[in-house]
Design a binder for this molecule. Structure first.
Ligand SMILES: C[S@@+](CC[C@H](N)C(=O)[O-])C[C@H]1O[C@@H](n2cnc3c(N)ncnc32)[C@H](O)[C@@H]1O
Length: 351
């Protein structure tokens, strides 16, 4: 496949996603409100919302398109996976030099958890870990995860980093579930004097992250293939433990184990802060978001959003738990947004 056809195919998918986000979603919401008005008001349960709109042609089309556009993005003639597979050798060549890189620690024997290797997350065939070029696929795919801010895709991570550090430079940072390093980059760019560790189950992702960090001359950052709930760091190794879009990918028991591991790794007074999808303003948003999780092959969206996070964190020993909505882009408020948006939320606590 030539570059021009691939770019055209992916641009088409992005524009179709924008249509789905900005036109179809508001129409669905309006239809839902009309139906709710006829039965005396908006239901306050997901089941109530389901009963009102699940069988409408509009919802069926909305859900069908969401699922198919995502599949089209990764698979088929213009898909990310076949395109990158064809270019595998040239993509991997610059990374080959990292075999002896002290800032990259791969663990080929690391056991992949069942929740991770039995589902093609995001509908990415083979997930973000099984092909050696998977990091490149994920990097390209992440550019259109948030269709309305695509093109400015680093901004969200930088804003999150600024928000949780509030001008105070952390000394030792752990970025859990770092992927290909998009969430780690703002830390090494903003805090060149900090020691930064970035871990992820995916070898191909951490390899790409290490390569990019080396290109950026971030010698303070190490990428390691490691599980967020079974790390080999000593107690109290960090003053900041963070993650971006990791938690909703984990089953509830592994979420609790990850929080407990973060607690063990933090020094007294240290802070844990995650950016994820959690606070949903009403039953309609819940219905749409849980459906998104199913259609995007992210099965733990719902149990995570329903978890009593404050209770879990306090039972581990955390204090000053903060759960706050986080704007997808400056000036965007989820509750007022006409378009479909992720329910970005900061979940933070202190040891
Ligand atoms: C949605 S991605 C987010 C990546 C990155 N933080 C970002 O914001 O671009 C979630 C990442 O979590 C990783 N992951 C899932 N379960 C994990 C676990 N138990 N330990 C470490 N990483 C994990 C996945 O491999 C994936 O790279």
């Amino acid at each position: 496949m030539d570059d021009r056809s691939f770019v055209a195919g992916q641009s088409f998918i992005l524009e179709a996603k924008k249509y789905w986000t900005s036109t179809l979603y508001p129409e669905l919401k309006a239809e839902y409100r009309r139906r709710a008005a006829k039965v005396g008001g908006e239901p306050d349960t997901v089941e109530g919302v389901r009963a009102l709109i699940e069988d409408t042609t509009l919802y069926r089309y909305f859900a069908w398109l969401e699922r198919r556009l995502q599949r089209f993005k990764y698979s088929g003639r213009y898909g990310l996976v076949p395109y990158h597979r064809e270019r595998r050798d040239e993509l991997l060549a610059p990374l080959a030099a990292h075999g002896t890189d002290p800032n990259l620690d791969l663990d080929p024997d690391l056991e992949m958890p069942r929740y991770y290797n039995t589902v093609d997350i995001h509908q990415h065939p083979g997930g973000v870990w099984s092909d050696d070029f998977a990091g490149f696929v994920y990097e390209r795919g992440a550019r259109s995860t948030t269709p309305l801010i695509a093109g400015d895709h680093r901004d969200l991570h930088q804003r999150f980093t600024d928000r949780i550090t509030e001008g105070q430079a952390p000394k030792r940072v752990l970025d859990m579930g770092c992927g290909f390093g998009k969430s780690t980059r703002p830390f090494y760019e903003s805090f060149p004097d900090a020691e930064i560790e970035a871990i992820d189950l995916s070898g191909p992702c951490v390899a790409l992250g290490a390569h990019d960090a080396q290109q950026a001359q971030a010698s303070n950052t190490r990428f390691r293939q490691m599980n967020s709930y079974e790390t080999d760091y000593e107690d109290q190794s960090f003053d900041l433990v963070t993650s971006t879009m990791l938690i909703h990918e984990l089953p509830p028991a592994e979420i609790e184990r990850t929080f407990s591991e973060a607690y063990r790794l933090l020094e007294s007074g240290g802070r844990m802060a995650h950016l994820d999808f959690y606070t949903l303003p009403d039953a309609f948003s819940q219905f749409i978001h849980y459906g998104h999780g199913r259609r995007n092959n992210e099965p733990f969206m719902q149990p995570w959003a329903e978890m009593d996070v404050t209770g879990v964190l306090e039972s581990i020993g955390f204090r000053n738990v903060e759960i706050a909505s986080f704007a997808e882009a400056e000036g965007v408020d989820l509750a007022d947004s006409q378009a479909w948006r992720f329910p970005w939320t900061v979940v933070a606590a202190e040891k």
